[in-house]
Design a protein around this ligand. Structure first.
Ligand code: BV8
Length: 228
């Protein structure tokens, strides 16, 4: 990758699809079982906390059963070899990037394996269920929610992401439909600052027209081809 120094990679549910984790907007998609407003908004959590907790308890269990695929492994190789700036901004709440060995990962929509105490604000690595109302290890109250960014909530570490996009020479989007903001707008921000932009996806995304280069196919094939 001649004269490329700083890279930002955005990943979405599609990079984990071949690890068996369902995406959101396919026919067998995750939301199909639920209306997104019923499980991924703060209002849903107030209205029916048990439904929301059980939805994420099931996602948390599924994440622990899944294994990284060649796409996650290729990005981990790139991360370990790349001497300049590289940031994997993931919309995914699974830990497959980390388990493949990637270090520079930023979960902008939170993490399935993290619990957030709404009483004392502490965050805990959490592998079990939350629907049964476990006590917060820090303050002892039964007030923990999934550490997930729901619709209407502020994604994590946005300033850090915007700064990385402003410095990027290359922006690569992998396995996302480009349906959810602000992530769907990153390609425009990177391009406006002069980055080359590339999309690796199974189908054309809603933002395909913003990319310099679009390659269609499964991430487990396209990402190793690009990295190696
Ligand atoms: C916010 C929770 C303010 C965790 C998620 C109009 C304009 C701008 C914004 C809005 C707007 N109307 C409403 C909004 C705000 C809203 C939004 O964007 N709504 C959408 C529906 C229009 N956004 C928000 O509320 C966000 N917060 O805006 O705060 C703000 C604004 C700016 C700056 C700061 C603050 C919060 C959004 C976060 C919501 N939480 N998830 C969870 O349950 O997982 S979003 C949810 O959808 C997922 O987390 C995921 O990240 C996201 C996007 O889904 P994808 O990852 O793209 O998955 P999808 O199924 O859609 O697509 C999969 C793709 O993979 C497909 O293209 C497919 O072809 C491809 N694929 C499949 N298999 C493979 C493959 N590719 C390669 N290989 C394969 N094998």
């Amino acid at each position: 990758m001649a004269n490329i120094r700083n890279i930002v990679i955005l990943t979405g549910a599609g990079i984990s699809a071949e690890s068996g984790l369902r995406t959101f907007r396919a026919e067998d998609g995750l939301w199909e079982d639920h209306r997104v407003e019923d499980v991924a908004t703060p209002e849903a959590f107030i209205r029916d906390p048990d439904l929301v907790q059980r939805f994420y308890d099931a996602r948390r269990a599924g994440v622990q059963e899944a294994q990284p695929n060649p796409a996650h492994e290729a990005l981990a190789r790139l991360d370990s070899q790349w001497d300049d700036e590289l940031l994997i901004v993931t919309q995914n709440i699974d830990d497959l990037h980390e388990r493949a060995g990637a270090g520079r990962v930023l979960h902008m929509h939170g993490e399935a394996l993290s619990a957030w105490c709404t009483a004392c604000n502490a965050r805990h690595r959490w592998l079990a269920t939350l629907a049964d109302g476990p006590a917060c290890p820090s303050c002892g109250t039964a007030a923990m929610r999934p550490d997930i960014v729901w619709f209407g909530e502020m994604p994590y570490r946005m300033e850090e992401i915007f700064a990385a996009l402003a410095r990027a020479d290359l922006f690569v989007s992998i396995g996302t439909s480009g349906a959810v903001y602000p992530a769907a707008g990153f390609v425009q921000q990177a391009g406006a600052h002069g980055a080359r932009t590339m999309e690796l996806n199974l189908d054309r995304s809603q933002g395909s027209h913003w990319f310099d280069d679009t390659r269609l196919g499964p991430a487990s094939v396209l990402v190793p081809q690009w990295v190696d």
